[in-house]
Design a protein around this ligand. Structure first.
Ligand code: AMP
Ligand code: MG
Length: 346
């Protein structure tokens, strides 16, 4: 398939929007930027297109997709029994990186929900995403625009790397902001529960719900509700990866212990660490996660760094973990998953 790439800002300003919206409306696939990661969109009204999303991503078909909307009015087309708190959350966090899981309307195709009675929905804040959704006028089902299992794409190049030739249109508008996928919040249970931590943090959710109400563990990303756990290796670089939690000095000691084993064997080793550890891993390739106190930088860079490790053909990756404060919770979750669960607590 011929893939048309638009790099924004594009002199063909009006054509990209029209072409991309028409492509979605006729059942084609379009990759577009959001403030979290790049998404691979198909219109909700075209179940065969949604099946094609699963095919090109090689995504397990029991992993449901998120529907993307541009105005609150579309919510009632998708979800039913919408509790008042959903509107309060929407008012506070939409457009933005919060996905709500609600009871699905029967009109939502099973291809979107993977046959579940619930549906996930969010309103992204990226101006390109919003413009595209508005022009298309139909809710758009969009998972991350990567091959399943690989680090999510935070640049247009990462989308090209994974999906060029397999989809109709790629809109490249530069690096995404948050850098990690949205927070998925399930509102269908007895208690609100974070199924996947993201840019909207538990601390921010507590501003709406009050303290201690929302359940937000970092060890889950439910592939389907009530079936949390490590079903698939996810966000994973090609090299094996191991991550360390605990006091900074102990983490450095442990990683250096590993390096003393690996380096004499001629292994090319990368360490994902915070800026204050830059000179602490002699012999390794240091990849900076930014300032330890500001996990937003780690979130923004993480997937790009993992893809760089792939391109540089490193043999082994070690990672330092931030604290679970704020967006740090989401960073810990993704590093844990990227490491296939190989997390050492010191
Ligand atoms: P992706 O868009 O690739 O980041 O994946 C979508 C995420 O949303 C996955 O983690 C899904 O498990 C989650 N999700 C989508 N729909 C539902 C749903 N109805 N219930 C629970 N989680 C969902
Ligand atoms: Mg994904």
């Amino acid at each position: 398939m011929e893939t048309v790439i638009y790099r924004l800002p594009d002199p063909r300003e009006d054509t990209w929007l029209e072409h991309a919206a028409e492509t979605l409306q006729r059942g084609g696939l379009v990759a577009f930027p959001t403030e979290t990661v790049y998404g691979l969109g198909a219109a909700m009204s075209h179940p065969p297109a949604i099946r094609q999303v699963f095919t090109v991503k090689v995504r397990p078909n029991d992993n449901p997709l998120i529907l993307h909307i541009y105005e609150l009015g579309q919510l009632a087309e998708i979800a039913r029994e919408i509790p008042p708190v959903a509107y309060r959350l929407a008012e506070r966090f939409w457009p933005g990186p919060l996905t709500l899981v609600l009871p699905a309307r029967p009109e939502v195709p099973a291809e979107v929900t993977a046959g579940l009675p619930t549906v996930a929905v969010r309103m992204p804040s990226h101006p390109v995403a919003l413009a595209l959704l508005r022009k298309t006028g139909i809710p758009v089902a969009a998972p991350s625009a990567n091959l399943s299992g690989r680090p999510s794409p935070t640049t247009g190049d990462a989308v090209v790397e994974d999906l060029f030739g397999a989809i109709d249109v790629i809109i490249d508008a530069g690096p995404t902001g948050v850098g990690l996928e949205s927070t998925v919040l399930d509102l269908t249970g007895d208690r609100p529960r974070v199924l996947r931590p993201g840019g909207v943090t538990p601390e921010m959710l507590a501003e709406v719900f009050g303290p201690g109400i929302v359940e937000a563990p970092w060890r889950v990303e439910a592939q389907r509700p009530a079936a949390p756990g490590m079903k698939y290796r996810h966000y994973a670089p090609k090299a094996p990866m191991k991550v360390f939690a605990g006091p900074v000095e102990k983490v450095r000691e442990a990683i250096n212990g590993c390096l003393r084993m690996d380096l004499p064997q001629g292994k090319k080793v990368a360490v994902l660490g915070f800026e204050d550890s830059r000179d602490r891993y002699p012999g390794a390739i240091f990849k900076s996660l930014g300032e330890r106190e500001h996990p937003e930088a780690a979130a923004h860079r993480l997937f790009m760094l993992l893809r760089t490790c792939d391109r540089e053909h490193v043999d082994q990756i070690y990672g330092e973990l931030p604290t679970t404060q704020g967006v740090g919770l989401a960073v810990v979750n993704r590093l844990w998953k990227a490491a296939g669960g190989d997390l050492i607590e010191l």
